[in-house]
Ligand binder design. Sequence first.
Ligand SMILES: Cc1ncc(COP(=O)(O)O)c(C=O)c1O
Length: 401
Amino acid sequence: MIPINRPWLSDEEKKEILMVLDEGVLTSAALEGGKRVQEFESLLRRYLNIKHVLAVNSGTSALLAALLALGLKEGDEVLLPSFTFVASANSVVAAGATPVFVDINKADYTIDTGDLARKITKKTRAIMPVHLYGHPADMDEVIELAKSNSLEVIEDACQSLGSEYRKRQTGTIGLMGCFSMYASKVLTSGEGGAITTDDDLLADRLRMIRNHGMVEGYDTRVFGLNLRLPEISAAIAKGQMKKLNEMLEKRRNNANLLTDLLTRSDFDGLITPTEPEDGHKKFNWYLYTVALDGQKAKDKINTFDPLDYASTRDLIKDKMANNAKIGVAVYYDPPVHLTPYYKELVQTRLPNQAREIPNNLRTTEWASKHVLSLPVHPLLSVRDIEYVANSFNSANENLKK
Ligand SMILES: Cc1ncc(COP(=O)(O)O)c(C=O)c1O
């Protein structure tokens, strides 16, 4: 079985974990966090070239803390894509605001800044671009819109550690950036996350928020929760930081090889992920996501199941998973606005937007039915990537028969 992602764990992480166990301090409720938490924060701070990094216990916690730090009120709206992991929207709801879903662009599945501009209202307080799959969103346009409408920008960089936008790390461009260290991510601590900011006051506030709003013992000054990262998790993250560049390089090599092999085949309508030629976006290759959008494939498939216009994707996925035992995956179907909870939320809180769906989330709905992610994680060898490409191509050949 070749999984879609797998953590690369080695002696660095083991050594750090054993040291924590030997020292016997598993967590710290001090404002500044435990020893390993602080060590990890300073490594990530240097890597990202940002003033403050706060480690927390998940990417969701990072997003929630960032949104709480803005002091959102009921009725405030946060603009974000629906084509994302549901945590992006859930954190907005948890912070007491309303998520308003924006479409994505077909080039790289990140927020469509034209649609974003259209959806700004008097109630909008913040924009949450998501660097989906590790593809940087169009941050110049996002920042420009935010500035001209007095909005804050929180980057959901949960999938994009190591990705760059105009030579700057994603997650360091908006007011705050949020990272995840979930087990599948490019750098993991099992569960974990981090918030970044250059703003000293915000950093102080975030430090309180991750620790029940306390500063010196039981003196809750702002609303907060227990969002602390345990020391063993921080130890793993610290060990991982040492090989972050190597892990990213292996992903890039695997992705380049896969593109080379896939584009040699005759696949009508295959869209492979590509960094823009002018180099202004650099991917971390967290997820290598293709889209299957061929007319020929659609015609062929229509004879197979006239009701399911996207079954090329699903058939290839099934063949690769069941026959070749490759952990291909679909991120994300359904998109957030089509999940039962958010369907109802949009109906009740945003009836105007509900009336216009799917028209105003057209690319989102297209993408959810056409994308497929293939493994390129750093533990895969050249032979593994060849195997992935061959099984993709032969699944495609089978469909043509
Ligand atoms: C885009 C996005 N946002 C938020 C999250 C939430 O991160 P976590 O799973 O660490 O809570 C994830 C991670 O899965 C994600 O991919």
